[in-house]
Design a protein around this ligand. Structure first.
Ligand code: AMP
Length: 143
């Protein structure tokens, strides 16, 4: 199953913030949208980083309460690892495990298509497992 299948189901609304916005603004977005990370895009819409809850925790340790007024640029990870819509979900799981990240932006020919989280992957795996159980149960019943 490909990444496209998953982002198609969850809809493709892409939440992003500007690098010059404050950490306080980013935290409000994370809370409001109930997400763990947000993509950082410049004025022209280019992907310039990703900011996750983990970066905020790190920022609190580093700056204390003053972190809230820092620009997102100061805390985000600029070197973003992404995947494509054609990638297999298994591949995405491998990348997330090896890189220790829980979010991967989905890009195709330089355009942002969405974002896939570890939660999306887990949900997909559970759906698949449930489907398998149902199929096997039906088979057992009819034999
Ligand atoms: P997460 O596990 O997604 O909450 O993120 C853990 C750390 O990895 C944070 O410092 C994030 O900024 C960073 N991170 C998350 N996703 C990515 C990604 N796709 N590429 C690069 N870094 C990432």
């Amino acid at each position: 199953v490909s990444v496209l299948n998953i982002i198609k189901h969850k809809g493709s609304r892409i939440v992003s913030v500007r690098p010059e916005a404050t950490v306080a603004q980013a935290v409000a977005v994370l809370h409001e949208k109930r997400i763990g990370a947000v993509l950082v895009r410049d004025v022209r819409g280019a992907l310039v980083g990703i900011l996750s809850e983990r970066d905020v925790v790190r920022g609190i340790v580093r700056y204390g309460a003053a972190v809230l007024e820092k620009p997102i640029r100061a805390l985000m990870t600029a070197n973003v690892v992404s995947c494509t819509p054609r990638d297999d979900v298994r591949h995405v799981m491998e990348v997330m495990t090896m890189r220790r990240v829980r979010h991967l932006p989905v890009t195709e020919a330089g355009t942002l298509k969405g974002i896939i989280s570890i939660g999306d992957v887990v949900k997909h795996r559970l759906d698949m497992a449930q489907l398998e159980v149902n199929v096997l149960r039906d088979y057992a019943r009819s034999h």
